[in-house]
Design a protein around this ligand. Sequence first.
Ligand SMILES: Cc1cc2nc3c(=O)[nH]c(=O)nc-3n(C[C@H](O)[C@H](O)[C@H](O)COP(=O)(O)OP(=O)(O)OC[C@H]3O[C@@H](n4cnc5c(N)ncnc54)[C@H](O)[C@@H]3O)c2cc1C
Length: 563
Amino acid sequence: MDGSDRETEVLVVGFGPVGATIANLLGRYGVRTLAIDAATEIFPQPRAIALDNEALRILQAAGLPEGSFETIAIPEVRYRSPYVGQLARLETGGCLDGHPKLVTFYQPELESELRSRAREHPSVTVELGVELVELAEEKGRVRARLRELDGKEHAVHAKYLVGADGAKSRVRKALGVGFDGRSYAEDWLIVDAKRESSSLDHIEFLCDPRRPAPHMPAPGGRERWEFMLHPGESAEEMEHPDKVRELLSPWGSPDDMDIERTAVYRFHARTVERFQKGRVFLAGDAAHITPPFAGQGLVAGLRDAMNLCWKLTWVLRGRAAPRILETYDQERRPHAKAMIALARWLGRIIMPTSRAQALATGVLMRGLRLIPPARSYLEELKIKPQNEFDRGLFVERRRRGLRGRPTQPKTQLTRGAMFPQAWCQRGSDGCWSDDALGDGLTLIGFGIDPEPYLGSSAAAFSAAGGACIQLCHRGQRIHRSDGDNVWEDISGAFIPGIAPIGWAAVVRPDRTILHDGPVTEAARLVGETLALLGAGYAQPDSSKEMGARATASRASAAPEAQR
Ligand SMILES: Cc1cc2nc3c(=O)[nH]c(=O)nc-3n(C[C@H](O)[C@H](O)[C@H](O)COP(=O)(O)OP(=O)(O)OC[C@H]3O[C@@H](n4cnc5c(N)ncnc54)[C@H](O)[C@@H]3O)c2cc1C
């Protein structure tokens, strides 16, 4: 850094996995981004090990295609009691939206990949060994005081600041927002070890009140064990190599294991009271921390990144009004809380506090397995909260039509929920549909090209970062446009999977469904989309933005125009 004050569009504080994902997403949009981290190296301790299909899809959007880092697909998760045998089983095999439902991975490898890719974006600057000391919002920007390792201090002015600086976030403290929830009374020892002879292919939770212990495979011949500490057991005592060997001995000879990393953690379940204050946003562990029993801490941070980055870009480029930024908190906070509630519930199964409680839980869980709906609810991962918003940046569907009749949805599309992903083909080129959709707003025509129906709104849609594509069913000839924005739906996932021919949907850059309706009404769909965004907002980055704020809930509640 030179000694003078500098300017950037977005300052990302924290270059952990969430900050690095944000830098990649902003880099793809060409947003001038400065990402800093107080540490000079990737955090070496064992932390995240599991990612779901949604996380992998977000990493795909951030520029990490399949195979960028090693993963192991996990076919099932088993919960086992020493008293009653198998308590529950989650079916995690197969794919959803183009990615395995559950994988394990090695966090330092993912972080290293994210870091090197972020540095490849010309608009992204990364500085390590640079700590945020203080921040203040002033005159339509944020002023941040940064300190280098040698103690030198500098100021940076940013249009927006994202605090992705982890659980002890200084950004959160500077904002003075509450971080409500609870901390668990128990500590856990995490052990990562390598062994050549491992044949473990699933995740197993040993729900033993004497010592609960999750155990799972990870890439590179690794296995992870997590052991709950008893009252009075200290971290030093438990991390001692002899103690670790003793704990691992039920799973094989510790002589055959290379103990790679150990760490003791206390888990917390907390969510910040708001994800945004003025021009400052919180993401990842800075905004929410969860016990790892649902494997969703980092996944939630990746969802934050995906939700926030396009909104910041659209506002910075004057394609949307600043009020849309308020929907970040509206959309992300309830879902992050729901995931934490799931993790706490699973924690109660995993950590029975007594033999009696373990038996009672065992009997209840086994009983539930005898009731088919309850069994499928558990096994097919329906307990996982859907990433679907109640309020936010989408056009709400009218619950009642004209004369009070309920409207009949003709599709499987849910506004405020994720648009699915499937394999598509154009000529001999095949790709995932997200890659065909690209980085902007997309008007998708199912079986019919929507572009001719846009009329005079086409230019405004394009100016707001919008583009059209036509998804055809396999082998479709009639109504097929001869443009290069036509993709065949190879597996039938879209047509008739989710929408009939003649339907259209507007999908946000983060793949949330914003609007849908008949393709013949594409001009109306786009008009209402642009109105919701506040597109054509004439003063990007100006200090007047703050005065122009309107409540985002009002935007989301904007009714559909009468048909
Ligand atoms: C035992 C364990 C198991 C887990 N398992 C899973 C799992 O299976 N799946 C899952 O999804 N999640 C899991 N998690 C959670 C996951 O590890 C975290 O959610 C994730 O690492 C958080 O990433 P982050 O980028 O938000 O924060 P961090 O990784 O903490 O990064 C924050 C960065 O900010 C930097 N920083 C801090 N203060 C400043 C400052 N003032 N100035 C500049 N830089 C600063 C830090 O140096 C750090 O690099 C687990 C966690 C633990 C502890």
